[in-house]
Write a protein that binds this ligand. Structure first.
Ligand SMILES: Nc1ncnc2c1ncn2[C@@H]1O[C@H](COP(=O)(O)OP(=O)(O)O)[C@@H](O)[C@H]1O
Ligand SMILES: [Mg+2]
Length: 253
């Protein structure tokens, strides 16, 4: 099982959008779990899952509830979700109170290795204990970047958190909302990946097709498979799968 954390210290940069679309792309070849770690529950909403975790995040972290019981199917084959509910507002406190407080996500995922090939973590913004947990569990950290002078700063902030993890973990940034009518965006799209080797040359355009996800409550590729955005997420998933060395499980005979 490989774990992909979609994370930035900044909010509103396209983390949830990327997490949902990457999870769908991954589910075309693998058994995928998307873990919605944000109280807002946006990725749960986009995949049409509304769930209450009995006993809340506390029972999941303490092991009173097994992760398998909180997981819900989505309308998409091979794509399940561990949804967020209101109890996630307490997640920082719950992790902080637990022992090995930066390894709680890793611990919950331990029991799911046989069930999934890929886990995508949709992280909340900020430099939090949740972020440390996600990075600690991750085989690769994916950072959506909005083309702005501050975007490289958020990438540096993520890199600093990743550097604290027990193991070296690759980071890949990508431009997530490129508006080619804006000169600054065109410049960023041309130059960022040349100046910074952790930034991918794959970019997602800013488009109403992506915005429509909120109304469609579905990944872009399900209603606009030929759009530039859907194709960008497909390419990005393949790049990520290569970095994380995602493999099909050996089938038992
Ligand atoms: N490529 C895009 N084009 C247009 N709108 C986008 C694009 N990516 C994300 N958005 C919109 O931007 C907002 C923030 O995106 P979201 O993925 O929720 O960010 P985050 O999870 O980082 O807070 C959402 O309303 C989303 O629909
Ligand atoms: Mg989000």
């Amino acid at each position: 099982m490989k774990v992909v954390a979609v994370y930035s210290t900044k909010g509103g940069v396209g983390k949830t959008t990327a997490a949902v679309n990457l999870a769908w792309e991954a589910s075309q070849s693998f058994r995928v779990l998307l873990w919605d770690l944000d109280t807002q529950g946006a990725s749960s909403y986009l995949l049409e899952v509304k769930a209450k975790i009995r006993g809340g995040i506390d029972s999941l972290v303490s092991g009173k509830m097994v992760a398998g019981d909180a997981i819900r199917p989505t309308p998409h084959p091979n794509l399940d979700i561990l949804p967020a509910d209101d109890s996630y507002r307490e997640i920082e406190l719950v992790f902080d109170a637990a022992k090995n407080s930066t390894r709680r996500i890793e611990k919950v995922l331990d029991s799911l290795g046989e069930r999934y090939d890929v886990v995508i973590l949709d992280c909340p913004p900020g430099a939090s204990l949740v972020a440390e947990n996600a990075v600690q569990a991750a085989d690769v950290v994916v950072v959506p970047l909005v083309p702005s002078p501050l975007s490289l700063r958020s990438l540096d902030q993520v890199a600093a958190i990743v550097a604290e993890a027990a193991q070296p973990t690759p980071v890949i940034g990508f431009l997530s909302m490129v508006d080619r009518r804006k000169a600054a965006h065109r410049v960023a799209a041309e130059s960022l990946h040349r100046e910074n080797t952790t930034v991918s040359d794959i970019l997602v355009p800013s488009t109403v097709i992506v915005e429509r996800m909120g109304a469609a409550r579905a990944p872009v590729a399900t209603y606009a498979p030929n759009s530039e955005a859907a194709q960008a997420y497909e390419k990005l998933w393949k790049r990520i799968a290569g970095i994380a060395k995602v493999k099909h499980p050996k089938r038992k005979r």
